[in-house]
Design a protein around this ligand. Structure first.
Ligand code: SAM
Length: 366
């Protein structure tokens, strides 16, 4: 049975008002008492100590497990000497915890408290996770859960939840389940009847959107485009018809190629925000007309390095297609697949192929 050193304060009975031998006198002012998560020392009846219950002592764990958490090792917030001991209410659940996307300081107080309090942290890469946990002095055991073993790892987690354990799931960076493993685990855990509790935090797409300054009301998170050229081009052509800003993740070795295809296949009036190395030392967030992006990337080898989020502004309002073009397109669509119909319609009418393709998709779905 895995147990971290910091779990010595496990209490039984599901009563937040009991047992607090190690609770210091100074209440932690940072936590909202309405959050229902943190309980400050002054909310605890020190007189009614409750005996500790260990996991392996054979007693049935209550659905809700109460633990004391000491924040003494934390490096955030108040100076160490002022850090208050607090008590966290941990549930028999899977906590899905967002972690930094570069800057180690980008982790929430609640995330740290949860990682300290769980019995096990399921993580994409145990060495990577250990680096994060060590940085915060957290000694909880880890379990590898990645795209190649997610089903088996999820089964293990479900077994542990069945034993009353409290578990956390993290990925290498940002929010699990967002272009990262986690979705299959969450689905399996929920299907098995256990609670899944999200702890929101860093996410590269949202960070990029927050600094992009685009006024578009809607955005579509695309994530990674397909790696194969044909599938990628088809995906981009389909996205041309979506009336929203588009958010892509891209790897450095493919960013030039992808950006060139965005220029070729999306409307030329669109803008792009290239957000690279967010929250890191060489962070760069540049907004420019879409057509200018290949030259910007080529201008400096550093512009192609690191991790990328590409945000493309929404397409300009579509000018209504004239009735004749619509008629030709509709007639061709009756006989041909979307791509061929759009290509032929472009040849016949002289209208842009992308716009015809987007309209053909709409007609087909109507
Ligand atoms: N789960 C993560 C999240 O919540 O954002 C995403 C993980 S995905 C495997 C990795 C991709 O996210 C990178 O290839 C890049 O496109 C984007 N990304 C992650 N960290 C980033 C950063 N610091 N700056 C820019 N993009 C980043």
């Amino acid at each position: 049975m895995p147990r971290g050193e910091n779990q010595a304060g496990l209490l039984g009975g599901g009563d937040a008002g009991r047992g607090a031998a190690e609770i210091a006198a100074t209440p932690q002012a940072h936590f909202d008492k309405n959050s229902g998560f943190a309980i400050t020392a002054d909310q605890i009846d020190l007189a009614t100590l409750h005996p500790e219950v260990a996991f392996d002592d054979g007693k049935t764990l209550p659905h809700q497990v109460i633990r004391r958490q000491l924040l003494a090792g934390c490096t955030f917030g108040l100076p160490r000497t002022h850090q208050a001991a607090r008590m966290a209410v941990m549930e028999n659940a899977l906590y899905v915890v967002a972690t930094p996307i570069g800057n180690m300081g980008d982790i929430t107080l609640r995330a740290l408290e949860t990682l300290r309090g769980v019995d096990l942290v399921a993580c994409e890469d145990t060495r990577h996770a250990r680096h994060l946990l060590d940085h915060h002095g957290i000694k909880v055991p880890t379990l590898a859960l990645h795209q190649h073993n997610e089903n088996e790892a999820a089964e293990k987690l479900i077994r542990l939840l069945g034993e009353g354990k409290c578990l956390a799931l993290i990925s290498d960076a940002g929010t699990p389940g967002v272009s990262d493993p986690g979705a299959r685990t969450v689905a399996a855990v929920r299907a098995a009847g256990f609670k899944v509790i999200p702890l929101p935090g860093p996410n590269a797409a949202i960070a990029a959107m927050s600094a992009a300054g685009l006024a578009d009301a809607r955005f579509l998170f695309v994530g990674f485009l397909p790696a194969k050229v044909g599938a990628r081009r088809t995906a981009i052509a389909e996205l041309a018809g979506v009336d929203a800003a588009l958010v892509f993740y891209e790897a450095p070795h493919r960013v030039m190629e992808t950006v060139a295809e965005l220029v070729e296949l999306l409307q030329p009036q669109r803008e792009i925000v290239i957000a690279r190395e967010l929250t890191k030392m060489f962070e760069q967030i540049e907004r420019m007309p879409l057509a200018a992006a290949p030259a910007w990337l080529a201008a400096d080898a550093n512009h192609q390095r690191g991790e990328f989020v590409l945000v493309v502004s929404a397409p300009p309002p579509r000018e209504g297609m004239d009735a004749e073009t619509e008629r030709v397109l509709a007639a061709l669509l009756n006989e041909l697949p979307v791509k061929q119909a759009a290509k032929l319609a472009a040849e016949i009418t002289g209208q842009p192929k992308n716009a015809l393709y987007a309209r053909a998709l709409e007609m087909k779905d109507a």
